[in-house]
Design a binder for this molecule. Structure first.
Ligand SMILES: C[S@@+](CC[C@H](N)C(=O)[O-])C[C@H]1O[C@@H](n2cnc3c(N)ncnc32)[C@H](O)[C@@H]1O
Length: 197
């Protein structure tokens, strides 16, 4: 039986009640509960941060001594946390990537990517766009991460995406694929977590 899409599900309601900007907050919480990827004082880069749910969770975890830099091609309304810096830009643009390096010349402990490409509805085209975006995120993550850093990215399994994951697996000291309870029942998304280069 196919699963139905319920926009206002349990995580949506919980996010609203807790003041989180998106139900996606619970995905990062779930990854953190499972793998403890973010610690106090860490520097975190959040690729595709709009509307800001992951920024809020990451900022809570790193605390005042840490830093969370977010980037999205959609404007993200400022958050009150002094440890969050937000950039409006497209990761495909070198100038946007330079801006990240200007804000944080020091390397990051964690790079998160919850980026989703604009979908066309054409399966092959969406799969290749998704894999291309993952290549971009992974390549940039490897440029800006510390040697023992962690890369987390959303994937949508498909032919090109599976090829990407196969290659990516070889690039990290440890590599995991996660399915989350907080992912909508109607979605095929998973997350990959690579640690140590
Ligand atoms: C699912 S949303 C992220 C939700 C976010 N993690 C949260 O907790 O609120 C995916 C975002 O990826 C962004 N995105 C996709 N491609 C991008 C790119 N090339 N550069 C910057 N942002 C991108 C989209 O604009 C979109 O806002």
């Amino acid at each position: 039986m196919s699963k139905t899409y319920n926009r206002k599900d349990r995580f949506y309601t919980q996010a609203k009640e807790s003041g989180y900007r998106s139900r996606a907050s619970y995905k990062l919480k779930e990854i953190q509960d499972k793998l403890k990827i973010i610690n106090a004082g860490n520097r975190v880069l959040d690729l595709g941060c709009f509307p800001g749910g992951w920024l809020q969770i990451a900022a809570e975890l790193v605390g005042e001594s840490g830093l969370v830099v977010g980037i999205d091609r959609v404007s993200t309304e400022a958050l009150p946390n002094p440890n969050i810096k937000i950039i409006l830009g497209d990761l495909y643009d070198a100038s946007a990537r330079d801006e990240i390096l200007n804000i944080s010349p020091e390397r990051f402990d964690i790079v998160l990517s919850d980026m989703s490409p604009s979908l066309t509805g054409i399966k092959d085209s969406d799969d290749s766009r998704s894999a291309e975006l993952l290549q971009l995120a992974s390549g940039f993550a490897r440029e800006v991460l510390k040697q023992n850093g962690t890369f987390v990215a959303k994937i949508f399994p498909g032919h090109d995406c599976d090829l990407f994951v196969k290659e990516e697996r070889k690039k990290w000291g440890t590599f995991q694929t996660l399915s989350l309870k907080s992912t909508r029942g109607s979605s095929i998304e998973k997350y990959i977590v690579g640690r140590g280069m």
